[in-house]
Design a protein around this ligand. Structure first.
Ligand code: ADE
Length: 273
């Protein structure tokens, strides 16, 4: 996979040299090219932003530098043999970034990121490139960052770990919270490692039993427990067919029951505290 990032803070992308993404690069699974937008500024102050039409606070990133930067970045990529670019525009107004989106992005050969500072990029830039390549506006959450660079780091890390050969154990993302499969829509439960005792705390007996069926059941119960506590919205929206008899028993213990449409919700009569 090839990744290009155009930014006014190239140093903000330094973390892409370390840890998992750094390893993916070193292993040749990922080529990352970071470009300084100011290279394409055209006045002596290297200006890349201006006041918004229609008034209002803040500054808007200008068409000129972005157009020149993206033309050259795309031309260089094609020249180097990259193909089928996807323009990824981080913005709090974008579609929510999810594990499913990370999986889709990990299947693309080439991602071009345009993290913006200030109030965003003049909309004609995305309109223009949308006539030439697919454009995806993405938000990493319902909060506003000072710029899209941190979002690029988040998205790149989530995508890079899914590339073939990057994580040692392919199973390690099959069990991820939010990954498709039997544990879809449930958060991962707690995990433990050696030593068996720490500050008077042991580990759940079942994990030492060697009994795979009981361990899987315990993990599922803990996943249900944590999801009810931290993300009740996931249980509410889950397809009830995904819950087997034991899941239903656990949900009932946690004070949740099926409503008229079969979907689970908190039992108003349950005493859970
Ligand atoms: N830029 C500023 N806030 C953002 C967010 N929540 N997601 C993606 N890009 C952003």
């Amino acid at each position: 996979m090839r990744i290009d990032v155009v930014t006014i803070f190239p140093e903000y992308l330094e973390p892409l040299n370390v840890s998992l993404v750094g390893k993916a690069r070193a292993a040749g699974r990922l080529g990352v090219h970071v470009h300084d937008l100011r290279r394409w500024a055209y006045d002596r102050h290297n200006t890349v932003d201006d006041t918004p039409y229609g008034g209002g606070p803040g500054m808007v990133m200008m068409t000129g530098p972005w157009g020149a930067a993206l033309d050259e970045t795309l031309a260089d990529g094609y020249e180097a043999g990259a193909h089928e670019p996807l323009l990824v525009v981080p913005t709090p107004s974008g579609r929510p970034f999810t594990q499913a989106m990370a999986v889709e992005l990990s299947r693309r050969p080439w991602l071009v990121f345009t993290p913006a500072r200030y109030e965003g990029i003049d909309s004609r830039v995305t309109a223009e490139y949308a006539t030439r390549l697919p454009v995806l506006e993405v938000s990493i959450g319902d909060y506003v960052l000072a710029g899209g660079e941190a979002a690029v780091l988040v998205i790149t890390e989530a995508v890079a770990r899914l590339l073939p050969g990057v994580l040692g154990n392919a199973q390690s993302h099959a069990d991820d919270s939010f990954a498709p499969g039997p544990m879809a829509d449930l958060l991962e439960g707690p995990v433990y490692t050696k030593p068996p005792w720490w500050r008077g705390r042991g580990i759940p007996e079942v994990l030492l039993s060697g009994h795979h069926g009981r361990i899987a059941r315990w993990r599922r119960d803990e996943a249900l427990r944590r999801t009810v506590a931290n993300r009740p919205d996931l249980i509410r929206r889950a397809d009830p067919a995904a819950f087997d008899k034991k899941d239903r028993e656990m949900l009932s213990i946690l004070g949740w029951q099926p409503g008229p449409d079969g979907r689970f919700g908190p039992n108003p009569e349950a005493v859970t505290e």
